[in-house]
Design a protein around this ligand. Structure first.
Ligand code: AMP
Ligand code: GLY
Length: 428
């Protein structure tokens, strides 16, 4: 098989790395890829939003499968373009990807199909938002409707904070058209967990649950980021709760999208809060998680190429996935300043890591004049697998200082909630 992976982050590096292990796969291409991905795939200089160029390339090389990493090309209709040309592709169509692309569509969809989620009011102007805020308790959550790279959500503790954010959104247009509408949402308390299924629109198979650490700073403080670390198993999630999530959230979502004429095929990702009243959806994503994928591929026994091809061909069959009994952990090394302003072009030095259980998935790296330099805020996903989560984390934290650049910053407490719970008994 000849496979193309669209994207340039650590998630796409993890996907390429896993595809490489498939006996079915002869060639892996990545567009545009990064310096780490170039060790396992041929990188081609086409951007993720250049859909026509990507389709032309896949057509020319008679690609057997294309896997889309990030949400942007999905919301722009990459799958529709590939399907029009009869090119096998893994991911949802443009209409299906609105589940992530429009938080307003997503909220109204959840209401219609009675999928548990936070109460929310939709507002299209400062005046509407101010009226909505009068009915709001604090803390409250404000979300912009469109894509904002994980940065369009804030938790506000007072009307003053809320009004300040409204100014940024409606007056300063910080998020442009992505924020023509906003949601003012009830704050949910509980433990967060990521739950994904792979679906062909009818059948589905769950992925191993993972826990993502979204906040920039230790102790789950600081602004939201794309994700600063992850582990699988999620630990906080019992088998019983997983079954409840499938029944009350994933299944109604897949069936509801089919009823809406937006049949959903690909990876459906639910960001959930495990509240006292049961699991509730914070958001749907129309793609694999980042950094959740990095830990999931380390635990997946099955052939990823075979699985994704089945879905691209619209027939998942009666697939069951097998996950290693081991745990996997990931810590993201980012540049000081991320997710706000941060320097680019810093030289990244990788010292040798003498541990076969450690894997580095590159995020924002490129080779420039023989040097590895950063081009994004998240630079490296340092990952490891081991019999227990505490061992996997220990391996990761021993390896993290081997990734060196000026202003390297990472959370020192990834996994702490799981370890506190002392339920991480994968072999312990
Ligand atoms: P989202 O992009 O909607 O998942 O929001 C990003 C992050 O904001 C989530 O991962 C949560 O940590 C937090 N968040 C979003 N919605 C809520 C909510 N209703 N209550 C509490 N926290 C939330
Ligand atoms: N880890 C969060 C995300 O992929 O959106």
């Amino acid at each position: 098989m000849r496979v193309l992976v669209v994207g340039q982050g650590a998630r796409e590096h993890a996907i390429c790395w896993k595809l490489r292990q498939s006996p079915l796969v002869k060639e892996v291409y990545a567009a545009p890829g990064n310096a780490g991905i170039s060790q396992v795939a041929d990188c081609v200089g086409i951007g993720v939003a250049d859909i026509i160029e990507l389709a032309d390339f896949a057509e020319k090389l008679k690609m057997d499968l294309t896997v889309v990493g990030p949400e942007l090309p999905l919301t722009l209709g990459i799958v529709d373009e590939f399907q029009k040309r009869r090119l096998p592709i893994f991911g949802p169509t443009r209409l299906a990807a609105e589940l992530e692309g429009s938080k307003v569509f997503s909220k109204e969809f959840m209401r219609k199909y009675r999928i548990p989620t936070a109460q929310a009011q939709v507002c299209a102007s400062t005046d509407e938002a101010k009226t909505a805020l009068k009915k709001t308790d604090y803390p409250a959550v404000i979300k912009v409707e469109g894509l904002a790279a994980g940065k369009g959500v804030v938790i506000v503790n007072s009307a003053k904070e809320a009004n300040k954010y409204l100014e940024l959104v409606f007056d300063d247009k910080k998020f442009g058209n992505a924020a023509n509408r906003i949601l003012i949402e009830e704050f949910l308390e509980g433990e967060e967990v990521s739950f994904m299924v792979i679906t062909d629109g009818t059948r589905f198979v769950p992925m191993a649950p993972a826990k993502d650490y979204k906040k920039a700073k230790d102790g789950d403080t600081g602004p939201n980021t794309g994700g600063m670390g992850a582990h699988s198993p999620a630990v906080v999630l019992s088998g019983e709760t997983a079954a409840e999530i499938v029944k009350t959230i994933m299944l109604p979502a897949i069936q509801g999208m089919a009823e809406e004429g937006r049949s959903y095929s690909g990876c459906l990702y639910a960001g959930l809060m495990l509240t006292a009243k049961g699991p509730k959806v914070l958001e749907f994503n129309c793609r694999f998680g980042d950094p959740e994928t990095q830990v999931q591929v380390l635990r997946l026994e099955d052939d990823l190429a075979e699985l994704l091809l089945k879905v691209a061909n619209g027939n998942l069959e009666d697939t069951k996935l097998t996950w290693k009994k081991e745990a996997a952990a990931c810590v993201v090394v980012a540049v000081e300043g991320y997710p706000e302003e941060y320097p680019k072009g810093q030289e990244v030095i990788l010292d040798p890591i003498n541990d076969d259980a450690v894997v580095l998935f590159h995020a924002g790296t490129v080779k420039k004049g023989g040097q590895l330099v950063n081009v994004a805020g998240r630079v490296m996903s340092v990952c490891a697998h081991a019999a227990t989560l505490s061992e996997a984390l220990a391996k990761v934290y021993r390896a993290v200082p081997k990734v060196r650049f000026e202003g390297a910053r990472y959370r020192r407490d990834i996994g702490y909630r799981a370890l506190e719970q002392r339920k991480h008994a994968v072999g312990e």
